[in-house]
Design a protein around this ligand. Structure first.
Ligand code: HEC
Length: 126
């Protein structure tokens, strides 16, 4: 019985939620701020590297890849599966630009050793 009304109020809630989170993202960008992170290295070592350093292995390896700032921004602002989102008030655009340069300056990981050739399947013709 109350379905149509419920779905309207749900829509309102969603729209309000989206507007509020947009305001949260935009507000810090408008504020005149000191840089939050002194360098890309600092951001990487204190935040991203916590999961993404090769020796940690929780997130994908980011170093040695030329990841465009726009790509980093999408992942960082929205989160991605197990990765949490970080708002601009915590990691701003300038910091991501520095991070992008820093990641590209790190050496890529050496390629993994090639696995041994697969054993022939029993019954497979040579
Ligand atoms: C709590 C752990 C954690 C932190 C902190 C974290 N990430 Fe992630 N990130 C992940 C995981 C896990 C994935 C892989 C998600 C998947 O593929 O399902 C990921 C995926 C990504 C991807 C997309 C995959 C790729 O390799 O292209 C990018 C880009 C990325 N993270 C950048 C960052 C940046 C930049 C920071 C720092 C601001 C950061 N992450 C902080 C866990 C984390």
């Amino acid at each position: 019985m109350k379905r149509p009304r419920d779905s309207i109020s749900l829509k309102k809630t969603l729209v309000t939620g989206a507007t509020v989170s947009l305001a949260v993202l935009v507000a810090p960008a408008l504020a005149d701020q000191q840089p939050q992170w002194r360098s890309g290295a600092e951001l990487y070592n204190n935040v991203c590297g916590y999961c993404h350093k090769p020796e940690v292995g929780v997130g994908t390896v980011l170093q040695g890849r030329e990841l465009p700032v726009e790509y980093l921004k999408v992942m960082v602002r929205n989160g991605f599966n197990a990765m949490p989102a970080f708002p601009a008030s915590y990691v701003d655009d300038a910091a991501l630009a520095e991070l992008s340069k820093y990641l590209a300056s790190l050496p890529p990981l050496p390629p993994k050793p090639t696995p041994p050739p697969a054993k022939p399947r029993p019954g497979a013709s040579p």
